[in-house]
Design a protein around this ligand. Sequence first.
Ligand code: HEC
Ligand code: HEC
Ligand code: HEC
Ligand code: HEC
Ligand code: HEC
Length: 190
Amino acid sequence: MKKSVLDYTLKIRLPVTVFVIVVSFVLTFYVSKTERDSIGYAPEQPIKFSHKLHAGTMKIDCKYCHIGVEKSRFATIPTTSICMNCHSIAKKDKPEIIKLTNFYLSGKAIPWKRVHKLPDYVYFNHSVHVSMGIDCSHCHGEVARMDVVSQVHSFTMGACLSCHRNVHKFVPELGNKIKKGPENCNACHR
Ligand code: HEC
Ligand code: HEC
Ligand code: HEC
Ligand code: HEC
Ligand code: HEC
């Protein structure tokens, strides 16, 4: 290789190549970050159900629909029959309610898309947290103001642990009566 060609390779091509690689790495890192953290994830649902309307304006209690949240590991998504308590009458001519009624009559569950999901190797229990008085909003944000539910807080290991280590800071309204959460591995990986 002639000296000038080598010079060009070292002084121009190499730095440019390195620059391009670094920039595209940094870009893809940040662009895919929300996806990896799941923050902002708000899938379109099979029926346009609005929490803002039902839990916000109409003030239906979260537990009326999420019946497991105080007594079991899972909050649970309501069955169609819970909706039909009202919608066998309310707005029954609207297209979205006709869709709802058809699901109900067919006996098929509505294929709601899951918004918050931990990997299978993590153990989480709603009743432990909720019965202690920790409000849903600490983990899910202000769902009663959302037309479409989206993930607001990250559910990484670091996020769980930072509340467990410092509950008073995250849930100040409970004062000093609240205990710390566990930090030992087998509490969450059992
Ligand atoms: C009238 C019934 C009803 C009420 C009341 C209700 N929800 Fe829901 N909730 C649903 C349905 C149906 C879904 C599944 C569809 C969706 O995600 O919008 C859901 C989904 C959710 C999800 C997302 C679950 C996932 O997939 O990760 C959260 C979080 C949630 N609700 C929290 C709340 C909170 C907090 C309240 C009270 C402020 C509340 N809900 C009140 C019916 C209800
Ligand atoms: C300490 C944090 C925390 C609190 C408080 C909390 N959640 Fe959750 N919620 C989670 C996590 C984490 C998941 C995902 C669980 C999984 O994938 O196993 C979840 C999932 C859900 C789901 C969907 C899956 C399921 O469990 O059936 C619903 C619905 C839900 N939460 C509703 C609520 C409601 C309503 C409240 C308040 C009464 C509440 N959550 C309080 C952390 C919390
Ligand atoms: C406690 C009664 C009650 C329950 C339970 C209830 N709804 Fe509703 N829902 C209403 C009322 C009342 C309206 C009309 C509100 C308005 O427009 O002022 C409504 C409106 C709606 C609408 C908008 C209809 C339109 O196009 O105008 C949809 C979609 C809906 N509900 C779906 C659901 C689903 C799905 C469930 C079950 C997860 C559910 N609702 C549970 C009372 C209820
Ligand atoms: C807002 C604060 C807060 C957040 C966020 C939180 N926790 Fe907790 N958690 C607590 C507190 C406080 C306790 C202690 C309960 C007790 O000992 O009575 C606890 C207890 C637990 C326990 C022990 C109870 C049992 O079932 O054995 C597990 C497991 C647990 N948390 C898992 C998680 C996981 C996984 C996450 C993240 C997805 C999480 N927590 C997020 C506050 C929190
Ligand atoms: C308070 C609950 C909690 C405790 C305690 C906990 N973890 Fe985790 N861990 C999680 C959650 C939640 C995830 C899933 C993280 C994600 O999806 O980003 C996780 C993920 C992991 C992973 C997968 C890789 C990663 O970083 O995402 C490993 C390995 C792990 N934990 C090891 C440990 C070890 C070792 C300990 C004890 C020193 C421990 N964990 C204690 C909640 C916990």
